[in-house]
Design a binder for this molecule. Structure first.
Ligand code: PLP
Length: 400
């Protein structure tokens, strides 16, 4: 767990050392992840599960070892509960179009929250268009905390499913998902948790949460892009119809009938992102070795320090002030549009995100068109935060 493990942090932007505060969009990858991808392509490149030759066996072993590492990280009862996906977005779409689609009829209800990423809104809207189901929304308060007390009334006999983000990518809020799942389960409503932003910051234990589904995004947790995990309870995965048809997901095909493969292969049609999966497994091992508690503690220190320093900046408003947060800070600066701020900071080498962060409804709640967002990872430093604040002050002076 060292900053020097991440080679991209050494690059220069506009001749200035990069200060990378866009970790919520995508984190940097440690050298071990980059090496694992390189090694796969240069030493063990072959297709998985299909070959009788040695290289295919080696590639399959690496691919399946990655599933085991992810199972360890998530405390999944078995690696067989884990499906490789392209990321969180695909995980949500898969559950919407298989598990939930086979359960809902016109007039049934699906609940999401006001702070969802678009990838946990739009798949449900598509499903509602297809089935006539209705999307309902659990709101949050002005601090960016879900109004859990409203949930019991929001759930009705028509509610078939609930999908909730574990950690908000725009507000930083850590939601009490265990409590939410308990309330939903008491009413027989299965729950999917979007874990994209939780995995790089906090301990996730799918058995302790008792979630029905949990989606993981590889690139947020120091792994490759275009790879992720969908965890599902085995009874659901076995009962669900397949998502995509093709090779790998079958055990027998005739023109009259196809018998599907066992879980998880049933949901992994076609040649998978083998290098991505292997890289993701190494990223999981990296987190396991570093200890998520250590990562969380460092993140927390950065969050506390950055919040204190930002609040000293004249005209700065933090958007998302929940008690329980990860190191993601959205803010506005009086007199400076977030996009202008992002452009100026880039000239100082500071990479932040500006806009709606794919959470338009959450940003609308605060009556602002956009925010600037600084999101930290454990490899960031207080010196970088100081430099970021100095650059912010310069931007503010420029506009005033
Ligand atoms: N959910 C949240 C909370 C996110 O922050 C993101 C990405 O920004 C996603 C889902 C989408 O994840 P992926 O890029 O893996 O599809």
């Amino acid at each position: 767990m060292n900053r020097t493990d991440f080679p991209c942090l050494d690059v220069k932007v506009h001749n200035k050392p990069l200060v990378y505060f866009d970790n919520a969009a995508t984190a940097q990858r440690p050298q071990v992840v980059i090496d694992a991808i390189n090694n796969y392509y240069s030493k063990t490149n072959a297709n998985v599960h299909r070959g009788v030759h040695s290289l295919s066996g080696e590639a399959t072993d690496l691919f399946e070892a990655a599933r085991i590492s992810m199972a360890k990280l998530l405390n999944s009862p078995s690696e067989k509960n884990l499906i490789f996906t392209r990321g969180c977005t695909e995980g949500v779409n898969l559950v919407a179009q298989t598990f939930v689609r086979s359960r809902v009829q016109a007039g049934d209800e699906i609940i999401v929250t006001e702070m969802e990423h678009h990838s946990n809104i739009v798949p449900w809207q598509l499903l509602c268009e297809q089935t006539g189901a209705i999307l309902k929304v659990l709101p949050f308060n002005d601090n960016g905390e879900l109004q859990i007390e409203l949930l019991n009334d929001l759930i009705t006999d028509k509610t078939q499913f609930m999908a909730v983000v574990h950690v908000s990518n725009s507000l930083g809020t850590i939601n009490p998902v265990k409590q939410i799942i308990k309330i939903a389960h008491a009413r027989d409503v299965p729950v999917l948790i979007d874990g994209a932003q939780a995995m790089p910051h906090i301990k996730v234990d799918v058995q302790d949460l008792d979630c029905d589904f949990y989606t993981v995004s590889g690139h947020k947790m120091y792994g490759p892009t275009g790879i992720g995990i969908l965890y599902g309870k085995m009874e659901h995965l076995e009962a669900m119809p397949p998502y995509h048809g093709g090779g790998e997901m079958i055990s027998h095909v005739t023109f009259e009938k196809t018998v599907y493969n066992a879980v998880p292969a049933k949901f992994e049609a076609g040649t998978p992102n083998i290098a991505g999966a292997i890289g993701l497994g190494v990223a999981a091992d990296y987190i396991l070795k570093a200890g998520i508690e250590n990562i969380h503690q460092t993140d927390n220190e950065l969050l506390k320090y950055a919040t204190e320093q930002l609040l000293k900046v004249d005209g700065l408003r933090i958007i998302g002030t929940a008690q329980n947060k990860v190191s993601v800070i959205s803010f506005t600066l009086k007199g400076v549009h977030p996009h202008d701020l992002g452009t100026i900071l880039d000239h100082y080498g500071v990479a932040i995100r500006t806009g709606h962060h794919c959470t338009m409804p959450a940003i609308k709640h605060f009556n602002v068109p956009a925010t600037a967002r600084a999101s930290f990872a454990f490899y960031n430093t207080k010196a970088e935060i100081d430099y970021f604040i100095e650059s912010l002050e310069k931007a503010r002076e420029m506009f005033n």
